[in-house]
Design a protein around this ligand. Structure first.
Ligand code: HEM
Length: 154
């Protein structure tokens, strides 16, 4: 795993270089993933449509998990242990997740990627996000059909 401080400095240097060269580079390290994820969460938390869904989240613990998740997807390494579906089903039981919430989530995620990176990995991240969002929504639709009292089960 990349050492966080050095990694972040490298990612910042990459962003500065992109500014000088006038073109975007691809997502190519855990530090780049952290840039995308952290900037996305900064937007999502403040967002008038989906911000309330993240209320009370402990970002110090949550963000490294999300870095692991994407590092696993993009670079096939990282320590993500799984269980994301269950977390979203629990969230939905508490605060119903609607199609327009997913649409906004995806809009913000893609916009964040487009602001900082371009290339195969950046495109793959957008595609994965769309397909995972579809899968979560499909499970949520099933969950919503269950009788009350059984909805918290994954
Ligand atoms: C409406 C859209 C979404 C909302 C509001 C949302 C919100 C959240 C929240 C509040 C959590 C923390 C849950 C907890 O720790 O109890 C979470 C966890 C997570 N979300 Fe989402 N999410 C959305 C869509 C997505 C999508 C599309 C992805 C993947 C591309 C994703 C990936 C994850 C992952 C990996 C976790 C961590 C689960 C864990 O702790 O293992 N989310 N999400």
């Amino acid at each position: 795993m990349a050492e966080p401080c050095k990694g972040r400095t490298r990612s910042r240097a990459r962003l500065e270089l992109q500014g000088i060269l006038g073109f975007m580079t691809d997502v190519s390290s855990r530090a780049d993933i952290a840039t995308v994820v952290d900037k996305f969460y900064a937007k999502a938390l403040q967002d008038s449509q989906i911000g309330f869904l993240f209320e009370g989240l402990d970002l110090r613990n949550h963000l490294p998990v999300i870095h692991d998740f994407w590092e696993n997807i993009v670079f096939h390494r990282g320590n993500y242990r799984g269980g994301m579906m269950y977390k979203h089903l629990m969230l939905n039981a508490d605060k119903p997740l609607k199609p327009e919430h997913f649409q906004r989530w995806l809009e913000l995620f893609s916009a964040t990627l487009d602001e900082h990176f371009a290339g195969e990995n950046a495109s793959a991240m957008k595609q994965f996000a769309h397909s995972i969002a579809k899968t979560i929504q499909a499970r949520i639709s099933q969950q919503n059909l269950l009788p009350l009292g059984t909805k918290n089960s994954p």
